[in-house]
Structures are given as C-alpha cells and as structure tokens.
Write a protein that binds this ligand. Sequence first.
Ligand SMILES: Nc1ncnc2c1ncn2[C@@H]1O[C@H](COP(=O)(O)OP(=O)(O)OP(=O)(O)O)[C@@H](O)[C@H]1O
Ligand code: SF4
Ligand SMILES: [Mg+2]
Length: 328
Amino acid sequence: MSEPLLSIENLQVKFSRSEDEVYAVNNVSFAIHENEALGIVGESGSGKSVTLMSSIGLIRENGKITSGKALFQGKDLLKLRPKQLEDIRGRDIGVVFQDPMTSLNPIMRIGDQIMEAMLTHQYASRKEAFNRTIQLLQEIGIPDPHSRFKSYPHEFSGGMRQRIMIAIALACEPQLLIADEPTTALDVTVQMQILALLQDLRRKRGMSVVIVTHDFGLATNFCDKIIVMYGGQIMEAASTDMFIREATHPYSIGLKASIIEVGNKGKEISPIPGAARTLTEAPTGCPFAERCPFKTERCLNEVPELRAFGIDHYIACHHAEEVASYAV
Ligand SMILES: Nc1ncnc2c1ncn2[C@@H]1O[C@H](COP(=O)(O)OP(=O)(O)OP(=O)(O)O)[C@@H](O)[C@H]1O
Ligand code: SF4
Ligand SMILES: [Mg+2]
C-alpha cells in the first residue's frame, strides 16, 4: 500500500485542571491514505475530538501533547511553527469543528468568510474566489447563493451554519478533510446531501476524510475504516466490512448491540450500562474494565496494547480470542 497521507504515532495528550490532570488521549496510532474515509466512533468523553484536533496541532491552552508524531505527507505537524501549521490547515487540511457557532465570525458576511479562506492561502484571485464561493454555496444546498452571500451567521439556522463551515473547509480543495460531528445538527435529508457531496469530492479528487460521529450507521455507510475509542485509547480498528462482520472488542460489541432507532434521525448509539469515567491518572489497566463482562485480574493491571487480530483488524483486549469464540 502507498504511504499514508496522515500517520498518527503514539499520540498522548494531557490536560491540567486546577485539582488534577486528565489523560485524554493515551498512545493512539492510526493512519489514513489517499481517497480513504476513516470514521472515529465512541461515547461522549472517549477522546475523539481531542485526538482529531491535537493531530493537527489544535489544543486548548490547558492541554499538552506529551508525546507522539502526526506525519502529514512526511512532515511532523506537531513540530511545525504556528504559521507553517496554519498554512497547511485550511489549505491542505480542511477542518470542520464540532461547534460551528463558535467557529464562524459573527460580524463578517458568510460569503466573505468563505472567500477569505481562499484569499488567505493564495488559492485563488478575488474574482475566482467569489465565483467559487457562489458555486460552493450552491453545492452545499444554500438556496439563492448570490443574496445569501451577504448574510451574517446569525441569519442562518444551526444546520445552515454547519453547511457554511463545511464550505469553508472545502474552499481550498484540501487533500484531507477532518470533520468532528459534521452532520449531527442536520436533518436526515441534508445530512445525505452533504455526505453525497463529500463522497463526490472524494471520488473526483481523491480527498481523504476523517470523520468523528456518534452515528454508527453513518460511519459504516460512509467510511472505509472504523476506529472505536474508549478512555482515550483505540479499542478496535478495522476495515468497515470486517468491523460489521467481526467486531470483537467487548466495547464494540456493546456499541453495536446498543444501536437504536431515534426518531427520524436514524441509527444512533445509546448508552451501554455503566458510565465512561474521566481518567485522572495514567491508565494502568484496560479503561473499559469497569464495564466489561469479560474482565479478569490481568485487565485491571495491564494496559492492553492494540495488536493485529486478522486482516485489516486490530484490537486492544487481553481476551479477544475468548471473546471471539464466545461470540460465535
Ligand atoms: N480543555 C480541557 N480541559 C480538561 N479536560 C478536557 C478538555 N478538553 C477535553 N477534556 C477531557 O478529555 C476527554 C476527551 O474529550 P473529547 O472532547 O475528546 O471527547 P469526545 O469523545 O469528543 O466526546 P463528545 O462525543 O462528547 O464530543 C474528556 O474526559 C474531556 O472531559
Ligand atoms: S482487556 Fe479485559 S476488560 Fe478490557 S475489554 Fe478485554 S476483557 Fe474486557
Ligand atoms: Mg467531541
């Protein structure tokens, strides 16, 4: 296989709080190749957003990347100067944040915000940027793009603002789109339109996508590979086909079993019994042990490493073989 477009190696992220520390991401490694879509799933607080954002050098002030590499086309993003990183983000890597309300400039017309993305990175002349903005607004399903160009973010619904964020992220035709819950706020029809647009861009230009989602159906429909996170670690990683057929980690099995129909929003993840805990110490065992029906003494005392478990299949569980035989 070709070299990965983005390769994350042993990423560790810690936050300081007034009383303690949060071990948010613990030894996470994964790779994404050209024209590939990777879905990251897991319950709230499992470390999905922090993994994604710190991979591209975005981290809150109280956070620190304590180790790891994020190699994008061979360059370690975590070693670049802020200006170099900003050049790559927005041009080569498009980013859609979890909360669009805080990412758009409230006092700037949305058309100008999309154009600015292109002008900042010298991607297009002013005239080309204007034309492309109109085209992008059309593509993401904003009606009457010429007049909506002049609107401000507060004049749009949450779903429309999310689409504008996507337009900004796609403005410079990035090779990689990193999207944190990009369609959660949208209704099913619009969600499908946006996903169709992303699929189209992938096909036309070989764009790769890393997408965080709570929507299991979306992950399996849209993505080639799935990563399941829990307690800031990857519990299981597999090609989507393999994952659908043979997910083996007790947490993944619980996630799959807990898919329920939620109104017209389609399939979502409902909670597995027990609650995810914030890790305030470095993990010394399996983070899922408290909720795992298969746990043993070893699980409490030894962190399971992510290991190969068949073709296109990796798992972090001491007892995966027994779990697999039990599941048969
Ligand atoms: N700035 C911060 N300071 C302290 N702890 C933080 C900070 N940001 C995130 N965390 C903690 O890091 C852990 C991982 O958070 P993260 O936002 O990555 O979860 P997530 O999987 O994206 O959840 P969600 O599905 O709710 O978006 C959580 O325990 C969270 O409380
Ligand atoms: S390592 Fe142990 S506690 Fe963790 S998922 Fe596997 S069996 Fe369960
Ligand atoms: Mg998140």
